[in-house]
Design a protein around this ligand. Structure first.
Ligand code: MG
Length: 178
């Protein structure tokens, strides 16, 4: 049988939602982070807009590859499947191991410097599900979320940025009418 390599945006979105669920994360939990982040600057933001943006971001090919790979690395580390030093380094979420942040930055970078700044904020302050993943994956715990906490934080940051870009476009259109 031929391997399947190409997925449609709808397929990528659905497979990403399933993978997140498998690792204990819901779309709504990610959207809440984007909502809270955007609300600081924009009182009109709606939760549905954040959910819609998270779903759009989950359908992007780069996000598909990074999320699928990152979640599998976490699962394999959880199951002790890596050989050599990298098994303990990933499983114990070593602070100076920065490859998980690279995954996050790569996703956030899809939404430019603002996306990266928003990711930095989430990475430092660890709101909601990001904190939960971080706590669940602490050394000595059975779970490993070394990659997933960054990926989830970056998807939220990208969603925040997408929502604010949509509002900017709407504001520009209103100014045109004036
Ligand atoms: Mg991490």
């Amino acid at each position: 049988m031929e391997p399947k390599l190409y997925y449609s945006r709808d397929e990528m979105k659905e497979i990403n939602i399933d993978k997140l669920k498998e690792r204990g994360v819901s779309v709504e939990e990610i959207a809440v982070i984007a909502f809270e982040q955007e609300k600081k600057y924009n009182k009109d933001v709606q939760m549905e807009e954040c959910v819609e943006s998270v779903l759009k971001i989950l359908s992007l090919r780069d996000v598909f590859h990074l999320l699928q790979l990152g979640a599998e690395i976490d699962r394999l580390a959880e199951e002790g499947q890596f050989k050599g030093p990298i098994q303990d380094i990933i499983q114990n979420d070593l602070g100076v191991f920065g490859i998980d942040e690279i995954f996050g930055l790569d996703i956030a970078h899809l939404y430019g410097s603002v996306g990266q700044t928003n990711f930095g904020d989430i990475d430092v302050n660890k709101p909601g599900v990001v904190k939960r993943l971080n706590d669940e994956g602490k050394p000595g715990k059975a779970k490993c979320h070394t990659f997933l906490d960054d990926i989830v934080g970056a998807i939220a940051a990208a969603a925040t940025t997408r929502v604010s870009q949509i509002y900017s476009e709407e504001t520009a259109k209103k100014e045109l009418v004036k």
